[in-house]
Design a protein around this ligand. Structure first.
Ligand code: SAM
Length: 235
């Protein structure tokens, strides 16, 4: 395993959300709520029925509610986070530990792959994307979320992780061999200065921003803190 991967693994193997200040938890929940909304409203996600899904870099299962009704596999290389996942959701099966750059699955296995806030940690993110493509069925979709390099927000808690972390931009997903980029939007437009407010005020501010976030993306096109990308594997 290379040096960057070792530091990322060590970081997540020691990751304890309960040690973070309240405002970080609130901002992370804000991101999760926005994203769950976007995914639930995606026409391509709505098409998924009794198919096989891979949550690739699932962490401790923040997005479990999106996939729990489906046949899904949860994959991550942090044993710590997979254990937390098991405890939090009482899920004893379907969890696999491994490296995204070398997925232990056969070609053309999955009908949908979620890969949320993982690729920014991978030095060779294109190799990871090619692995995702390999295990996707033809015409199937990958939903990718990354910290946006072209963000006008620059929220330090997502940019300055004390671990290998390199934001990506929309053009990094153009012309990927064997994939069509079918959708790219950005989300999370809360300016970092609001985090100085006490938690109960920040909570109210976040609920206002929640309602306008999609509109803000129409104004500040692709300049939000995160990019949401749908890639379709070509036939
Ligand atoms: C920011 S967390 C995101 C977790 C989850 N997707 C979420 O959004 O809550 C990044 C995750 O990527 C995983 N990860 C990082 N590098 C990886 C790799 N090379 N292979 C597999 N998982 C990796 C970490 O262990 C961690 O769970």
């Amino acid at each position: 395993m290379d040096k960057e991967k070792q530091t990322v693994k060590k970081f997540y193997d020691n990751w304890k959300i309960e040690n973070f200040p309240k405002y970080i938890n609130l901002l992370m929940e804000f991101e999760e709520d926005l994203l769950i909304n976007i995914i639930n409203n995606s026409d391509n996600f709505k098409k998924i029925k009794n198919n096989l899904i891979l949550d690739c870099g699932c962490g401790h299962g923040s997005y479990y509610n999106l996939t729990k009704e489906y046949n899904a596999i949860y994959f991550d290389f942090s044993t710590n986070l997979l254990k937390k996942f098991e405890k939090k959701h009482n899920l004893k099966t379907n969890k696999i530990c491994g490296d995204i750059s070398n997925l232990p699955f056969k070609d053309n296995s999955f009908d949908l792959i979620l890969c949320i806030n993982v690729l920014e940690h991978i030095k060779d993110y294109k190799k990871a994307l090619m692995e995702i493509k390999r295990v996707l069925k033809p015409n199937a979709m990958a939903i990718i979320v990354v910290v946006n390099k072209e963000s006008c927000i620059n929220e330090d808690i997502f940019n300055d992780f004390v671990v290998y972390h390199r934001p990506l931009k929309k053009s990094d997903f153009n012309n990927l061999m064997g994939f069509d980029l079918i959708k790219c939007i950005s989300f999370y437009f809360i300016p970092p200065l609001f985090k100085i407010f006490p938690a109960f005020i920040l909570k109210r501010i976040l609920s206002i921003f929640h309602k306008v976030d999609i509109k803000l993306n129409e104004i500040f096109k692709n300049k939000g803190q995160f990019l949401y990308i749908e890639l379709k594997k070509q036939e």
